[in-house]
Design a protein around this ligand. Structure first.
Ligand code: NAI
Ligand code: 15L
Length: 264
């Protein structure tokens, strides 16, 4: 691959991918509204706001594939979410349409379905149950991806990421954890399979107590390798078990269900 674009490259997952995906493409084009530091030899740095349509149009030019991580990643006021996550994702898909339709990994979220109980098991066909305006914005992103697939043939992976961290750190993450290695192997699979379509993938490792069924996406040939169960003894002996009525123990989206509607 010649040029891979990563948006949100100054963030937690973007910084990880900046390191771990170096060498996957001839050039990594890294973008964020925040400062990205110094470019290495095989990097291009573009500081821009995803809400700026012309800037995003220029950003996507000449890219062969996109990992779209940029945007608000927690619950915030509607104004902030509207600019970065609604307008931002529209700008990205319009730019992709203008520039040869590179494949897109869209970082969706478990907060699209966060109000399901932790005693429920979901498939990709289950209806949305967002737990926040943030979750609603990810549903909007998935809908834009679906529209551009039906209308123009744009291919995307809609990765409903659980909790993508170096290791699980609480009881909920024994089910929602997505290891960095598994995320990277998924991204590579998405860019290498002959046919992607517009496919939802639950972004979770092979956790013993997982909630989400990825069998609809078996055709991708992707299998997560890590399992949060390897950390279960450590978590159960070091992290107090939450009350079963607490949001973090009751809902798949955890504490996001406790969030108010934020005002600017
Ligand atoms: P993060 O908040 O660390 O990174 C997001 C980046 O987007 C930040 O560097 C921020 O400056 C940038 N950004 C925000 N608004 C922008 C705008 N208007 N224009 C350009 N850039 C903007 O989030 P993290 O954890 O790295 O997550 C990356 C993506 O994955 C996010 O879209 C998040 O919603 C999604 N995700 C992450 C999960 C996780 O476990 N880390 C779980 C589910 C989804
Ligand atoms: C997300 O969507 C957030 O971006 C991340 O910060 C975590 O809160 C994650 O979900 C999670 O649910 O653990």
């Amino acid at each position: 691959m010649k040029r891979l674009l990563i948006t949100g490259a100054a963030g937690a997952l973007g910084s990880m991918l900046r390191q771990r995906m170096a060498g996957y493409a001839d050039v990594l084009r890294l973008s964020d509204v925040a400062d990205l530091g110094e470019a290495t030899e095989h990097e291009e740095l573009v500081q821009c706001d995803l809400a700026d349509g012309q800037a995003v149009m220029d950003l996507v030019k000449d890219c062969d594939a996109i990992v779209h991580l940029g945007g608000i990643s927690v619950e915030k006021s509607f104004d902030l979410i509207e600019a970065a996550n609604l307008r931002g994702v529209y700008n990205l898909y319009e730019a992709a349409r203008a520039h040869g339709q590179p494949r897109i990994v869209f970082a969706s979220s478990n907060h699209t379905i966060g109000y399901y109980g932790q005693n429920e098991r979901l498939t990709a066909s289950d209806p949305f149950k967002p737990d926040s305006l943030y979750g609603v914005s990810k549903i909007f992103g998935e809908a834009v991806a679906s529209l551009y697939h039906s209308k123009f043939g744009q291919e995307s992976a809609l990765v409903r990421i659980g909790s993508c961290t170096p290791a699980p750190t609480d009881w909920r993450m024994l089910s929602s954890w997505f290891s960095h290695d598994d995320f990277i192997s998924l991204i590579k699979t998405v860019f290498e399979v002959p046919r992607l379509g517009c496919t939802v993938v639950w972004g979770a490792s092979a956790n013993d107590t997982g909630w989400w069924d990825n069998s609809h996406a078996d055709f991708l040939g992707w299998t997560p390798k890590d399992n949060a169960a390897a950390y279960a003894d450590h978590i159960k002996t070091t992290v107090p078990q939450p009350d079963k009525e607490a949001a973090i123990a009751k809902y798949q989206g955890g504490v996001f269900t406790d969030e108010p509607i934020h005002k600017p």
